[in-house]
Design a protein around this ligand. Structure first.
Ligand code: NAD
Length: 421
């Protein structure tokens, strides 16, 4: 078992430093972006159903607002920590720059396993998060959205609390709302659709086609399940999906012919497990990572592919659905093996792109249809992919290096015009 430095903040700071050097940027750029510009730590008291009071720790990190208000999800997870939230907000800044949308990066989190809370406790916690942070949020200041273990219901409670506290309807302060509450059509599947589009574009560059390609996906939550569905819609064959069970830990299912994703989504929703799905068999963790597939999409949490399993990988292309699923050591191993990786800050940008559309619709009080949204999302992503690929082609950089270079160069230019250095 190899032990790596798995602190995402330390890792992203290293990448920023190298990228600034590659771009010949002034040291001031590194100083300006190596840490978030503001981080708020809060303690949220919640009266539990049994009458006791429990206090939950939460954070909000606002990394950089050179290009516009900060934007990013709120995560409810027992492993949330300050460095992770900071790193996630830094990645958001770069993601928005690559997607060409007028936002900087933000991120939030609460240390909690939401599955241990009742609905009423979850609502109090969600409202409490907003009560503590209200003055730092706003449609022209910082705009949260859902992330791991948060969803349209949680965002609705948060938006309601914010509107009550501010005495006005500021729907643009939160994105990822349900459509009936001024959310955007196409938001739920936006990240998944984006992953499918980036996979399609990357395969084209490798002289392959997504049509008939075999795909394995780690994680069947919002991102993984919708990526699977959109990949299937574009002709791909999703042969394996892995998940996590509280007692069992990692598990995966496999079907050579391709899993029927719509049916698998209903099955997972109903049974709470992927195991036993018709036509599939269970495979072990090692077999999952070793699958000889065209595309592998890690869509669960950070550091899933690391020094301990990167050597096993036999996929031709990895599309990072989750944020930070590959460690730097894994990156090196995969580069040596000649496996192309599309980085998270490009691959999963579909979510924030449609969040941007939601914000634009809220500010204008005019709502677009689903076809318009999907067409626009595709246009933004194809353009973003083209820009990153052009940067990669300049000097045979990896896609990840190229994505950071594109983002940091743009940010440096914006900060220069603003007179920040
Ligand atoms: P989610 O909570 O809906 O889904 C995550 C899924 O992964 C869960 O079903 C969980 O059981 C599973 N999982 C956890 N550990 C696992 C493991 N070791 N192996 C296999 N499965 C595992 O969260 P999500 O919204 O789908 O987010 C997933 C990732 O994508 C996160 O890194 C998040 O930051 C990133 N992301 C999300 C969005 C979005 O729009 N939701 C946008 C961009 C990036």
């Amino acid at each position: 078992m190899i032990v790596e430095e798995l602190n995402p903040l330390v890792n992203v700071q290293k990448t920023i430093k190298e990228t600034c050097k590659n771009l010949n940027l002034s040291e001031s750029v590194y100083e300006l972006i190596k840490e978030p510009s503001r981080v708020v730590e809060i303690n949220i008291p919640v009266q539990m159903d049994d009458g006791s009071i429990k206090v939950f720790k939460g954070y909000r990190s606002q990394h950089n607002n050179a290009m516009g208000p900060t934007k990013g999800g709120i995560r409810f997870h027992e492993k949330v920590n300050l460095d992770e939230v900071k790193a996630l907000s830094i990645w958001m800044t770069f993601k928005c720059a690559i997607a060409n949308i007028p936002f900087g990066g933000g991120k939030g989190g609460v240390i909690v396993d939401p599955k241990t809370l009742s609905k009423c406790e979850l609502e109090k916690l969600s409202r409490g998060y907003v009560q503590k942070l209200c003055e730092f949020l706003g449609e022209d200041l910082d705009i949260p959205a859902p992330d791991v273990n948060t969803n349209a219901q949680i965002i609705s409670w948060m938006a309601d609390e914010y509107n009550k506290l501010s005495g006005k309807n500021h729907w643009g302060t939160f994105t990822g709302k349900p459509v009936v509450l001024n959310g955007s059509k196409g938001r739920t599947e936006a990240t998944g659709l984006g992953i499918a589009i980036v996979a399609r574009e990357a395969l084209k560059k490798l002289s392959k086609s997504l049509n008939h390609s075999s795909v394995a996906i780690q994680g069947f939550g919002n991102v993984g399940s919708n990526a699977a569905l959109c990949i299937e819609n574009l002709g791909g064959r999703v042969v394996s999906v892995s998940e996590w069970d509280r007692e069992k830990g990692f598990y995966a299912i496999y079907d050579e012919k391709g899993l029927n994703i719509k049916e698998l989504m209903s099955y997972f929703h109903e049974k709470g497990t992927l195991l036993g799905f018709s036509g599939s068999c269970e495979i072990k963790e090692e077999e999952f990572w070793s699958l000889s597939v065209d595309v592998l999409v890690p869509a669960a949490l950070e550091n899933s592919i690391n020094a301990n399993n990167a050597n096993l990988i036999n996929a031709k292309l990895i599309c990072e659905g989750a944020n930070g699923p590959l460690t730097p050591a894994a990156d090196e191993i995969l580069e040596e093996k000649g496996i192309e990786v599309t980085p998270d800050i490009l691959t999963n940008a579909g979510g924030v792109i449609v969040s941007y559309f939601e914000w634009v619709q809220n500010l204008n009080n005019y709502y677009w249809n689903e076809k318009d949204i999907k067409t626009k999302e595709e246009k933004f992503l194809v353009e973003a992919f083209k820009n990153v690929w052009a940067m990669k082609d300049k000097d045979n950089f990896t896609m990840r290096n190229a994505a950071y270079m594109y983002a940091i160069n743009k940010l440096a230019e914006g900060m220069k015009y603003r007179g920040w250095y």
